[in-house]
Design a protein around this ligand. Structure first.
Ligand code: GLN
Length: 412
C-alpha cells in the first residue's frame, strides 16, 4: 500500500505535466540529438533507504541516460574527500557565476573558475582526482567507481555519447586551454576534456540519481548499502554550492521558488537534495534555453510545493510519527491494534508511519488510530493518511478513528 501511495502520487504528477513538452533535446552533442524525447520519470529516495519512482511510460524510470553535468556535484565531493577543502578551494571558487554552463570565464580576482558547477570549474575539479600524475583511464576509473558507490551499483560509461561529444568539444577544449594557461590544470587540454567528458558519460537511471542525491542528503551515508561514502562536511559543502550555483543562470530564481539544492544535466536529468530527508531526481530530455529539462523543472516545482520541501520554509520535524503500536486481545471481539501517531504529519512523517505500520506483523482486524498526540498535518501528510486509512478499510479492516481535535474531518 505504501508503494501505491507514493507511486500513485508521482504517477499523477507525470500525467499532469506530460503535456508540458516544450523545449528541445540537446543537439550540440550529436549523439544526444538522436535521443528519444518521450521518456519522463521521477524518483525519490529517502535517507533511510526507501526508493520510489514512476515513469510516464512503463519502464521510463529504469532507462539509463548519461549523467552529464549532474556528475559535477559528486565529483566535487570526491575531490574534497580526496584532497581536502583547502586544496579544492585553491582550484575552484564557490560563488554563483550567473552565466551559462559553458561560459569561458574565470573569477577576475583569483583567476579561478567561479564554482565547480560550471564546465570551467568541473574540468578543473576533475583534474584533482587521483593525483596530478594520473592517466586519463585511471582517473576515469576512480570517478566511475566513486559514482557507482553512490548509486549502490556498478555504473558504466556510454562511449558512444562520449566519443560523439569529444568530436565537437571545441568549447570545452578552449576552457581547458584557458585553465592551463592560468596554471589551474597541468594536463594537456585534450586529456583534461577527455577525462571530464568520460565523467559526463557515465550512465544512470532516475532511481540511481535519486539514491546518489540521497547519499549527499544523508550527510554521506549511502542509504541502501549503509556505507559512508563522504563525510558530513563534504556533503554539506557540496549541497551549499549546489544551492547557489547548481542551476546556472536560473540558480537564484530556482532557490527562491523551488528551494531545493539541485543540479541538472543536458541529457535531461535533474537531481536535488533535501538535507536530512531525501534525494529527488527527474528525467525528461527536452531542455529550455538555460539547458534545464522543461518537464523536470516543472516536476521539481510541483514536488516542492506539494510536499513543502522549500529549504527556507518553516520546518519542525518530529523524530518518528508512530508513537506506539499495541495489539491486545479483546475477549470475544477478537484482537485490536491501537496505533498512536504523534507530532507533525508531513510527507516524511506519513511515509515513515505507513512503512512502520505495514511492517507490523500482527495487525489485528480491528485497528484504532489514536491521533490525540498529532500536532498538525500538511497537505501531502493528510492525503497519505487518508489514503492509508481507506486502503486498510478496503482491505477489509475495521478502522476506527480517535481524533479529538478533528484534524481529519473527512474520515469521521
Ligand atoms: N558534457 C556536457 C558539456 O560539457 C555537460 C553539460 C551539461 O550537462 N550542462 O557540455
Amino acid at each position: 500500500m505504501k508503494r501505491h501511495m507514493v507511486h500513485g502520487y508521482l504517477q499523477e504528477i507525470l500525467e499532469e505535466l506530460k503535456d508540458s513538452d516544450g523545449g528541445e533535446v540537446a543537439d550540440y552533442i550529436p549523439q544526444l540529438a538522436t535521443a528519444d524525447p518521450a521518456p519522463f520519470a521521477v524518483a525519490l529516495a529517502t535517507t533511510d533507504g526507501a526508493v520510489y519512482s514512476a515513469g510516464l511510460n512503463e519502464g521510463d524510470d529504469e532507462l539509463e541516460f548519461t549523467i552529464q553535468s549532474a556528475s559535477k556535484p559528486f565529483v566535487y565531493a570526491a575531490a574534497i574527500q580526496e584532497r581536502g577543502l583547502k586544496k579544492v578551494r585553491a582550484t575552484v571558487g564557490m560563488e554563483p557565476s550567473g552565466e551559462a554552463f559553458n561560459e569561458l570565464s574565470l573569477d577576475p580576482g583569483s583567476n579561478r573558475p567561479m564554482n565547480p558547477m560550471i564546465n570551467a570549474g568541473a574540468i578543473a575539479v576533475n583534474q584533482l582526482i587521483n593525483g596530478e600524475d594520473s592517466t586519463v583511464e585511471e582517473r576515469t576509473e576512480v570517478i566511475r567507481q566513486f559514482l557507482s558507490e553512490l548509486a549502490g551499483r556498478d555504473l558504466e560509461i556510454d562511449y558512444l555519447v562520449c566519443d560523439s561529444e569529444l568530436e565537437v568539444a571545441d568549447r570545452n577544449l578552449s576552457i581547458a586551454h584557458m585553465l592551463r594557461s592560468h596554471g589551474i590544470i597541468e594536463d594537456m587540454a585534450h586529456d583534461a576534456v577527455e577525462s571530464y567528458t568520460q565523467q559526463c558519460s557515465i550512465k544512470v537511471t532516475v532511481r540511481d540519481l535519486a539514491v546518489m542525491a540521497a547519499t549527499l542528503a544523508s550527510g554521506g551515508i549511502q542509504p541502501l548499502t549503509g556505507k559512508r561514502v563522504v563525510s558530513p562536511l563534504v556533503s554539506r559543502q557540496v549541497q551549499a554550492v549546489m544551492s547557489s550555483a547548481g542551476m546556472y543562470n536560473l540558480a537564484g530564481r530556482w532557490m527562491s521558488v523551488v528551494g531545493i539544492p539541485a543540479k541538472s544535466g543536458v541529457s535531461g536529468g535533474i537531481m536535488g537534495t533535501l538535507p536530512g530527508v531525501m534525494g529527488l531526481a527527474t528525467f525528461s530530455p527536452r531542455l529550455d534555453s538555460t539547458g534545464n529539462s522543461v518537464r523536470g523543472v516543472k516536476t521539481f516545482h510541483r514536488l516542492s510545493e506539494d510536499m513543502g520541501l522549500h529549504l527556507m520554509g518553516l520546518r519542525q520535524r518530529g523524530d518518528t510519527a508512530v508513537r506506539d503500536i499495541i495489539t491486545r486481545e479483546d475477549g470475544p471481539n477478537g484482537r485490536t491494534t491501537t496505533i498512536e501517531l504523534q507530532g507533525i504529519i508531513d510527507f516524511a512523517a506519513a511515509e515513515n508511519a505507513w512503512r512502520t505500520i505495514l511492517q507490523e506483523e500482527k495487525l489485528a482486524d480491528r485497528v484504532v488510530f489514536d491521533l490525540s498526540e498529532v500536532a498538525s498535518v500538511n497537505d501531502i501528510g493528510r492525503r497519505m493518511v487518508v489514503q492509508g486509512f481507506q486502503g486498510l478499510r478496503t482491505a477489509g479492516r475495521n478502522v476506527i478513528l480517535k481524533d479529538p481535535r478533528k484534524l481529519f474531518p473527512e474520515l469521521s
